[in-house]
Design a protein around this ligand. Structure first.
Ligand SMILES: C[C@H](O)[C@@H](O)CC(=O)C(=O)O
Ligand SMILES: [Mg+2]
Length: 433
């Protein structure tokens, strides 16, 4: 196995704010961006690639944070990391000086995700497997060794995690074959961005229907009558047999959420996503009690395993929307997937960003094949942006993700895309200036 000799870090941004792709009530004009990391090694084998998603300004802070973390992996052999990934994760999140600016949250944790996911990409490429397959082929004991259970053993112990994984072991082969045949079910957010005008929403909804999508997410959180009007418009296009979800991106108070969802209930949303502060666990629990049967979904801003533990313990969410690059990389994601299975909460990862769909397909496949063994309540978000910048982009057919087969975490970008979108000197930005 190779040794990691150098960490290359790039500030990559896409001017999506020009078309308002990705816009919502809290994030009016995001530029989808990535702190992009390449782990160079000492042999002719593969490089490890990883990224963290941000929405523009602020990316430079995460770039700087990765620079501070890089010495923790430079000079290390991959074998010294993979022989005990749990200990590696504890080390990288536990540096005695850097930890102070987290712990396990904010820019330093986003930076952790880019590096840690880069290591997983490198490991999977060295094994010649896509990440989901690397995970599903591991024994329960080997997988649990990749995890750091610190601060969550009151909710899930390593022994319980092993038992959960053993419970699903017998059916893994059949589920893997089923996924290769059928793909993993998804939903689309592409017609629902808040900054799109009515004509665009209608056109994209029609196109998505024709492509076979059955689940659609709408951004809300502006004027409530405007939200209702747009919901009616979407229902006109998608009908009542398809599923509609709503995402407020954190703009409401608790009582306000209840009042507003009572107004929007006539459109039969499956869930209200991020209604209020992402840190307000008890607020989500109360909303959940008061808006039922509308479900509560959250997680894209839930920054660590302890927060998720408490969301589960407080019965504060119906859908766990973990984010592959806000949690500190795949090790922490796996722990959250295991806790979700124990608490019986379906995992529907967050995909709204550059590269997130590429990552999350691996997570949902792992969840289905090795952990939950269930598709009940599970749909994987899809946003139709920027996939052409990836060497191994997601492939969607009739609203389902096809199984990725290329080795790695599907996150390697084309070198030309990196050059063109490097901020601020890439051609894409020079043309803007
Ligand atoms: C700023 C992002 O586009 C955000 O709106 C994504 C999101 O909330 C989602 O995909 O869900
Ligand atoms: Mg969202």
């Amino acid at each position: 196995m190779p040794t990691i000799t150098r960490v290359e870090i790039q500030d990559i941004r896409f001017p999506t704010s020009l078309s308002l792709d990705g816009s919502d009530a809290m994030n009016a004009a995001p530029d989808y961006s990535a702190t992009y990391v390449i782990l160079h090694t000492d042999d002719d084998g593969p490089e490890g690639h990883g990224l963290t998603f941000t929405i523009g300004r602020g990316n430079e802070i995460v770039v700087t944070a990765v620079r501070s973390l890089a010495p923790l992996v430079e000079g290390r052999s991959l074998a010294s990391i993979t022989e005990n990934m749990g200990a590696f994760w504890r080390e990288i999140t536990g540096d005695s000086q850097l930890r102070w600016i987290g712990p396990d949250k904010g820019a330093i944790h986003l930076a952790t995700a880019a590096l840690v996911n880069g290591v997983w990409d490198l490991w999977a490429k060295c094994e010649g497997k896509p990440v989901w397959k690397l995970l599903t082929d591991m024994t329960p004991e080997a997988l649990v060794r990749c995890l750091d259970f610190r601060f969550v053993t009151d909710a899930l112990t390593p022994e319980e995690a092993i038992a959960l994984l053993r419970r699903q072991a017998a059916g893994k082969g059949a589920r893997e074959a089923e996924m290769r045949r059928e793909g993993y079910p998804g939903y689309t957010t592409s017609a629902g961005w808040l900054g799109y005008d009515d004509d665009k929403v209608r056109r994209l909804a029609r196109e998505s229907l024709a492509e076979g999508w059955t689940h659609f997410k709408q951004k809300i959180g502006g004027n409530i009558e405007e939200d209702a009007r747009r919901a009616a418009l979407l229902r006109e296009e998608i009908g009542w047999n398809n599923v509609l979800m709503m995402d407020a991106n954190q703009v409401w108070e608790v009582d306000e959420t209840v009042a507003k969802m009572r107004r929007l209930a006539e459109f039969h949303p499956l869930w209200i996503e991020e209604p209020t502060s992402p840190d307000d666990i008890l607020g989500h629990a109360e909303i959940r009690q008061r808006v039922s049967p509308i479900g509560v979904a959250t997680g894209e801003h839930c920054h660590n395993k302890v927060m998720f533990k408490q969301f589960f313990q407080a019965e504060a969410l119906d859908y766990c929307q973990l984010d592959a690059a806000r949690l500190g990389g795949l090790n922490e994601v796996i722990l959250v997937v295991l806790m979700a299975a124990k608490f019986g909460v379906p995992v529907c990862p967050h995909g709204g960003g550059v590269g997130l769909c590429e990552y999350t397909q691996h997570i949902s496949l792992f969840d289905y094949i090795a952990v939950s063994g269930s598709l009940q309540g599970r749909v994987l978000e899809y946003v139709d942006h920027l996939h052409d910048h990836f060497l191994d982009p997601v492939v969607i057919e009739r609203g389902r993700y096809r199984v990725p087969e290329a080795p790695g975490y599907s996150i390697t970008m084309h070198p030309e895309s990196l050059v063109r979108h490097r901020y601020p000197d890439g051609a894409a930005w020079q043309e803007e200036a």
